[in-house]
Every structure is written in C-alpha cells, then in structure tokens.
Design a protein around this ligand. Structure first.
Ligand SMILES: *Cc1c(COP(=O)(O)O)cnc(C)c1O
Ligand code: SF4
Length: 340
C-alpha cells in the first residue's frame, strides 16, 4: 500500500516541480524552433518540415530536460522532432497501419484477444511520438464520455470470459482522476474482471501525473493492477520517474514496460541492454519490444527483422532472461501479438 512518505516525495515541489499536472501538460513545448533553441540546436531549424509534417510537435518540458544539449542525434529528441523524412512516401507505409482504427474509434472497445478487452479511454497524449499510428488519427478526447463507457462496460458485462480490462488510448491517464473514478465505479458491476491493466506513457514523460489523488484511486481499487509503461531509452528515466514508479508499486501495481524498436534511437544492443537494466533499477520489467507499425511518415525509424533478431540474440547473451523483452509485431487478425 501507498505510504505517506511516497505521497510526500511524489507531490513535493522539489521532486514534482510543484503545481497541478495539467499545468505541466499545458506548458509543453509545441514549437519545434523553441525546442531546438532550448537544446542549442537553432542551426537545425532550416531542416524542419513545413507544418510539422502534419502532426504537431508536443513534448513536456521535463522530458526535454532529459535530452542532451547540442546533440542532434539525442535518442529522446529523435522521438519527437518532426523530420523532413516524414514526408517521404514509402510503399507499405500507410495511414491506417493497424487496420482497425475506424472501428476502434467508433466503439471505444476492442476485444481481439481472449480474456482481455481493451478500452480506448482517451484520445490524447502528453507527448507526440513521431513513430506512432496516432499521427493520422488525432482523435478527440471524448472517448471517455460516460455514455460510451456504459456501452463498452455493458459489452464486457455480457461476456464472462473477459477477466482483464485494459485501459489504453492515446493515454488513459490523460483523464482526470475524477473520470477514472467514474469509470471504475462501473467495474464494480463486472465481477468476472479481476485485473485492470493501464497502458500509459505518462509516468515517464510527465511523472507529475502520478500525484496523491491518483495514487489513492489506484491503491483503493479492489482489483489486481498492472501498469504497462512505454519507454524506449534508458535516458528517459530520472529520479522523478523513479519516484513515480516506486509510488505506483507501493499502490499495488505490477510494472511492465513496452518499447518500440526505433532506428537511431535504440537499435543497438548496448542501448537495449541499458534500457532493460534501467527499467529494472526502477522496479519495472521489460515486457514487449515492438516492431514498428508501418505507418506513413515513420519509415525512417524501421529496423528490419533480420537486424531485430540479431539484437535479440545479443540481448539474450548478455542479460538475465527476465530482462529480455519479447520481440513482437502486431498483425491484424492474429490471436495474439506475433512473436518474431
Ligand atoms: C496488445 C493488445 C492487447 C494486450 O495483449 P497482451 O499480449 O496481453 O499484452 C489486448 N487487446 C488488444 C486489442 C491489443 O491490441
Ligand atoms: S499513443 Fe503512446 S506512442 Fe502514441 S503518441 Fe501517445 S504516448 Fe506516444
């Protein structure tokens, strides 16, 4: 259970920068020129694509603070900076790479895999990751409207095989804690649901989100709790992210991480091993390493399967088995993520 000291640590001005997490959210950097200027890279401004290549730059200032200044190859910067290469039309890279986005949006609930149902709880994110399929579907924030929840939860209620509910998005922690409470009140009527899983990048990119009210909500949930973080590089962690992870664990959550294999960001065994070690130091186990969704504008991030297999072999040779993530690809129509 969560302790007073954790709450104090995570909400103290010294660790959290003070203030409401929404304020940090609003104060994110959205102008690529400002981002380059903060990093001493003003010289790169003439290589920016017009109109952010159709997907706005967004990055919380705390995440910017973890980037190395003066380094155009910084692995955190490369995840968020619009690039001219995004304008290239590459065969096989399409807008709807996952195939069922329209259905996701309309229904808000995705029941593809046995025993697990996934609720698109929110369409927004604190950070815009250039490789994400979401770049073509900046869907509104209304997925979480109470009416839609009721419909989705009603579907779950009628299916006794669903024992795990997954909150995903966008980022479900974009919702206020009040909204999350509203959602989980509905779960009380679903006795077959034993686990709540939350897929979120916020504890890493905006750790201020893990505040006392949120931790209280999480700790009180009468379910088993799994939080799947999304970090791609060891440098995404700092003391404040560590504190957020510790607080999540003390609130009773099992912490896992999923990453995306990204050329230039984490496509060497040194970087991937360092990520696994850093995750474990924060109390998080590596879960999945995803091959990129082949989404238009992200082709320059792709690592081919042969190279990916080589990297996995190198990781197995140097890490304990529990620190080796599973390499997978999402293939429409499969009964699970496809192991590679
Ligand atoms: C990825 C995913 C899940 C979770 O799959 P796990 O292998 O259990 O992590 C569940 N539902 C949908 C629709 C998914 O895309
Ligand atoms: S859904 Fe995840 S990967 Fe995509 S933009 Fe949001 S935080 Fe980034």
């Amino acid at each position: 259970m969560i302790t007073a000291s954790t709450v104090a640590r995570i909400t103290s001005p010294a660790s959290a920068g003070g203030g409401d997490w929404r304020q940090h959210w609003r104060e994110a950097v959205t102008d690529p020129r400002e981002l380059l200027s903060l990093l001493g890279l003003d010289g790169l401004a003439d290589r920016l694509p017009p109109d952010d290549a159709g997907f706005a730059l967004r990055v919380p200032r705390g995440f910017v603070a973890r980037m190395r200044p003066d380094d155009p190859r910084d692995p955190l910067l490369l995840q968020v900076l619009p690039q001219l290469a995004e304008l290239d039309q590459v065969p096989g890279f399409v807008a709807d790479a996952v195939g069922d986005l329209a259905a996701r949006e309309a229904q808000g609930l995705l029941h593809k895999y046995e025993g697990r149902a996934l609720l698109i709880a929110s369409g927004s994110c604190a950070i815009n990751c250039r490789y994400c399929f979401r770049r073509h579907f900046p869907y509104g924030e209304e997925m979480a409207a109470a009416g839609q929840w009721r419909q989705a939860l009603e579907h779950v209620r009628q299916d006794p095989s669903i024992s795990e509910l997954i909150l995903s998005g966008g980022d479900p922690l974009a919702l206020s804690t009040h909204k999350l409470e509203e959602l989980t009140r509905g779960l009380a009527e679903l006795p077959q649901v034993r686990r709540l899983r939350i897929h979120t990048r916020l504890p890493v990119v905006l750790p201020e989100r893990i505040d006392a009210a949120f931790l209280h909500w999480l700790a009180e949930l009468p379910l088993q709790k799994v939080v799947v973080l999304h970090a791609n590089h060891a440098n995404e962690f700092d003391a404040q992210v560590d504190a957020a992870c510790a607080a999540l664990r003390e609130a009773g959550a099992t912490l896992l991480n999923q990453s995306v294999l990204l050329r230039g960001v984490n496509d060497d065994d040194e970087a991937l091993a360092a990520l696994s070690e850093r995750l474990f130091a924060a109390g998080v186990l590596p879960y999945y390493l995803h091959q990129l969704d082949r989404v238009q504008g992200a082709a320059h991030f792709e690592v081919d399967d042969a190279r990916a297999a080589e990297l996995m072999a190198a990781l197995r040779a140097r890490l304990p088995g529990y620190l080796v993530p599973k390499l997978v690809r999402e293939v429409a129509g499969d009964a699970s993520k496809r192991p590679l």
